[in-house]
Design a protein around this ligand. Structure first.
Ligand SMILES: [Zn+2]
Length: 569
């Protein structure tokens, strides 16, 4: 076999031409029982090195977007190397599947490879690239949106602090300003979506599916649940979560002293006049996070300190950094990397706790020998991150955490309220997407808007939207998943229901819950989804009974937190 570079630095300048011989050689190697594992290890290491080089190029670019050579390197990987790599992977997967290895810890990988091969169609390759072009148009349209604010044109994220203002007129003005660009772009985005639907249904038909929803279930390797399960989950959320969300909103309304909640009354903290400042500088931000993770588990604290020591956290907002945040895995060295734009606000803490859950998953699953055994899909990835938000929540107060006692309590209360409202939102988005691709009326722009409004009536009661119909419609145009990552959304509800069970377990026996959580992380992708959840001590469930129990626990906790706040206030 061609000798591989020691580290991914050896591929930093790679082009597809320089990488192709490595993949050709793997493809040309006849497999037998004697060389299969060596062949697999070589392929896995090659993928580790190539994907790590691509990740490092992306990280370097997102940290310094003005640098032309970093941009060029990132584009070389994302537009040239990675698309070609995908095709090369399918042909190696064919060899792997034909060899049919009997190793138990390769069965999930085998199943994913089989599905990828089954649904792959040459005819869909140009459709995929056309869809990429439409996705880029959506990002361009929404990315360049600005709002008029205090006589200035500002990017939409700059309005976030004002959406939380304790002065109602300020948050109303900010809310209206933030919605206006989407209302204005309605027709343009609706026409774009018309084209997306056409392409997606065509891809599904090419691959032999009756509609795009069935195609997506295969493409996303959803082996352990069906569209009918998702519908059951939507109904369970409607009957168990929506009434609880309504009760939480009623508490909010009373606390704010309002006759009616309007859409701009949801982000403000009804308990705190001013948002707490969690840390003074990025060093304190990281140190405090390390203390919290150590309180959850000394080993997790040590992993986070490794990231601090090895420069694997780029947290603070600086000029030239790309917006947003992410956690990426550097597979060759077995380390995660976190990128975010911390600005000294409470949301930074939530984001870091969440991303750290992904990091701990990457650390633990790296022990698996092959790259395909590590990442188990979004349902499990988000279980890791959402559970960490909840496992860390008892340690948010000083001296371990970021906040004064009262701020820690109101932050936890906000987190649970948000969990209820998010579940209802997720159910409406999933029901909407399901309808779009299975009802012929989904191809009609006006019918889509009507269907959305009807769903929001079911899943979003308790807020007075009168006179704001266009804004209410525009909410789905703002949900970028519907445009860019179709059907990627119900995973958040599945994972949140799992995470609430981890939290429930931790209240009975915290060390045991953390141990189960860590055993789950270490399995990576080597078991089917229900077994991974079981290892974490939770049930993969779509029914109302469990959700009802969890909602009752959440509501009891919220009542306790409110009582505690009344005492300290
Ligand atoms: Zn996540």
């Amino acid at each position: 076999m061609n000798k591989l570079p020691e580290t991914s630095a050896g591929f930093a300048d790679a082009t597809w031409e320089t990488l192709l011989p490595y993949y050709r050689e793997l493809e040309a190697t006849p497999l037998d029982a004697g060389n299969f594992e060596r062949w697999l290890a070589h392929w896995s290491r090659l993928d580790e090195l190539v994907t790590e080089a691509a990740s490092l190029a992306m990280i370097a670019y997102t940290i310094d977007t003005a640098n032309e050579s970093k941009k060029a390197a990132h584009l070389r990987f994302s537009t040239e190397v990675l698309p070609n790599l995908e095709e090369a992977e399918v042909s190696l997967a064919r060899k792997f599947v034909a060899f049919d290895p009997q190793r138990a810890d390769l069965q999930t990988a085998l199943r994913r490879f089989r599905t990828a091969i089954e649904i792959f169609r040459e005819a869909n390759v140009p459709l995929v690239s056309e869809a990429e072009g439409l996705a880029a148009q959506y990002q361009q349209i929404t990315g360049s949106m600005t709002a008029e604010w205090n006589g200035e044109r500002v990017p939409l994220p700059r309005l976030s602090p004002f959406l939380k203002s304790e002065t109602r007129s300020v948050r109303e003005a900010a809310w209206r300003a933030a919605n206006l660009p989407y209302v204005a772009a309605h027709d343009e985005l609706a026409a774009l979506f018309d084209r997306m639907i056409g392409l997606r249904q065509a891809m599904a038909h090419n691959a032999g599916f009756s509609d795009y929803r069935d195609y997506v279930f295969a493409a996303k390797c959803r082996f352990d649940y069906t569209p009918a399960d998702c519908e059951r989950l939507q109904r369970a959320i409607e009957s168990e979560v929506v009434p609880a969300a309504l009760r939480a909103l009623e508490q909010r309304r009373v606390r704010l002293g309002l006759d009616q909640l309007r859409p701009w009354d949801i982000a403000v903290d009804p308990w705190r006049a001013t948002s707490p400042v969690p840390y003074r500088d990025v060093t304190e931000f990281q140190e405090t996070a390390a203390n919290i993770f150590t309180a959850v588990s000394p080993e997790l604290g040590a992993q986070f300190r490794t990231m601090m020591n090895e420069g694997l956290l780029d947290l603070e907002s600086r000029p030239g950094k790309a917006p947003g945040g992410y956690c990426d895995t550097l597979h060759a060295r077995g380390r995660p990397f976190v990128f975010m734009n911390a600005a000294g606000v409470a949301e930074d803490v939530t984001t870091l706790l969440h991303e750290a859950g992904h990091c701990f998953h990457a650390f633990a699953s790296h022990a698996r020998p092959f790259i395909w055994q590590r990442h188990p899909g979004a349902e499990s990835a988000e279980l890791a991150s959402m559970s960490m938000e909840l496992l860390a929540s008892p340690y948010l107060a000083r001296p371990t955490g970021y906040y004064a006692e009262a701020d820690a309590i109101s932050t936890r209360l906000e987190h649970l309220e948000d969990a209820l409202l998010s579940l209802a939102h997720i159910a409406s988005v999933d029901a909407f997407q399901s309808w779009i691709y299975t009802d012929p009326a989904g191809a009609d722009a006006a019918a889509r808007d009507r269907a959305w409004l009807a769903l929001r009536e079911r899943f979003e009661p308790g807020i007075d939207w009168s006179g704001l119909e266009r804004e209410r419609i525009s909410r789905w145009y703002r949900q970028l998943h519907i445009f860019l990552y179709p059907f990627y959304y119900i995973e958040y509800a599945i994972a949140q229901i799992g995470a609430l069970q981890v939290w429930r377990n931790s209240r009975r026996d915290a060390p045991a819950a953390v141990e189960a959580y860590r055993r789950f992380l270490a399995l990576g992708a080597t078991r089917p989804l229900p077994e991974l959840y079981r290892e974490a001590g939770v049930e993969l469930s779509f029914g109302g009974e469990l959700i009802g129990e969890l909602v009752a626990l959440v509501e009891a906790e919220m009542a306790e937190l409110r009582a505690a706040l009344t005492k300290v206030a």
